[in-house]
Design a protein around this ligand. Structure first.
Ligand code: FNR
Length: 368
């Protein structure tokens, strides 16, 4: 398996295949799985199968520019790493390796609240922009302390994930009795707050119990004022799927929105992210809209960018890269997918991201 540590010339799904061979089966289920019947996991992917592109020709595409600006920072690629928990489940260096890989590709890395390396270690390893992701805990002091630390080491924005008032029922994890174990831990959060994430019990996921005990399911739009007042960093809300909530997000001070159904891990049966992207973008009042859910190839990113996303985040694929090749695997995955995007932009006759608009995409009613 030596080629798994070299990265580069694979497509995203090759990294997936390689990662599967290397990762513990329970951890693989945790990464790949979704809620209940996994219909929304499938819907996210199927939505991209319905994308058909309307290429323009003779558009002068000898130079293709994939760079993008967001909150005053310019990125080499509009692809970023979505927040995902516990990278040390698949690589000994964990988020430190992910940060090095994202940095090498010039990509944004959104560090999860449940990162398994400290915010400071990750910042030290990073050569590109980092954001911090938060869930709303009952212990607001823990949220505030994390924010202070993130600000001190230069994180550029805070992404609040709003689609987990309780954890989706992920049957794979529940059947596996999945718990975070060994020497992997959410090291940025009080051990007391995290204890229940480690208690393995037959017939249930420790993460479900942990979420029920520690997350605050009672928060409402009005509570956002508290978070707003804690920081001057841009506030990004992740997990918006309707125009109604996009308008509320803007009214309550969100600086950007992420259209996301949590990779199909929360409400099973929720709409595919791609299917509501244009609706949410129209309602976002000019605020940047980011996107995640089911992006596996550069051409998928092209469709999301054309339908209104400023940036496209990848959740599972960077974990495949990390498992298959550490920092090089993350960089390879991001670079390969960015190259696919640049290639698709050239062939579609849209050499800059500014050229990507809805005229690029026609959604076919049936796949095929
Ligand atoms: C996630 N996701 C997630 N989101 C978040 O806001 N905080 C988190 O801690 C996690 N953890 C997490 C772990 C794993 C293993 C996965 C696969 C996902 C959701 C993630 O940010 C993103 O919304 C989806 O993964 C995007 O879908 P794709 O790209 O995986 O299809």
């Amino acid at each position: 398996m030596t080629q798994t540590r070299t990265g580069q010339s694979f497509t995203g799904t090759d990294y997936q295949r390689l990662a599967r061979e290397l990762v513990d089966p329970d951890v693989w289920d945790f990464i790949e799985g979704g809620a209940e019947a996994e219909r929304t996991v499938a819907a996210n992917l199927a939505a991209f199968d319905r994308v058909r592109l309307r290429p323009r020709v003779l558009a002068g595409v000898s130079e293709v520019d994939t760079s993008v600006e967001l909150f005053g920072t310019r990125y080499a690629t509009p692809l970023g790493v979505a927040p995902t928990a516990y990278h040390r489940l698949v690589d000994a260096e964990g988020e430190v390796a992910t940060a090095r890989g994202a940095g090498a590709a010039g990509a944004l890395f959104v560090v999860g609240m449940f990162a398994s390396r400290t915010l400071e270690e990750i910042a030290e390893a990073s050569s590109s922009e980092l954001w911090i992701q938060l869930y709303w805990l009952r212990r607001r002091d823990v949220m505030a302390a994390l924010l202070r630390r993130a600000e001190r080491c230069g994180y550029g924005a805070v992404m609040l994930t709003v689609d987990v008032p309780r954890m989706g029922r992920r049957w794979r994890d529940m059947r596996n009795g999945f718990a975070i174990g060994g020497d992997v831990a959410a090291v940025n959060i009080d051990a007391g707050v995290m204890a229940s994430a480690h208690e393995r019990a037959a017939g249930g996921s420790a993460l479900v119990r942990h979420t029920a005990q520690q997350f605050d399911a009672g928060v409402t739009w009005d509570d956002l004022a508290w978070l707003r007042a804690q920081t001057r960093l841009p506030l990004v809300l992740k997990g918006i799927l309707t125009a109604e909530d996009a308008r509320l997000a803007v009214r309550h001070g969100a600086d950007a929105i992420v259209v996301s159904n949590h990779g199909g891990r929360q409400l099973d049966g929720a709409v595919a992210s791609l299917d509501v992207l244009a609706e949410v973008a129209d309602a976002a009042g000019g605020r940047p809209v980011l996107f995640d859910g089911g992006v596996r190839r550069g051409v998928d990113a092209l469709a999301a960018l054309a339908l209104g996303a400023r940036m496209v985040l990848l959740g599972r694929p960077p974990l495949w890269g990390l498992a298959a090749g550490g920092a090089d695997g993350v960089a390879g995955l991001l670079r390969t997918t960015t190259e696919e995007l640049a290639h698709a932009m050239a062939l579609a006759g849209r050499p800059t991201l500014g050229d990507l608009d809805r005229s690029v995409v026609r959604m076919s009613t049936i796949a095929g």
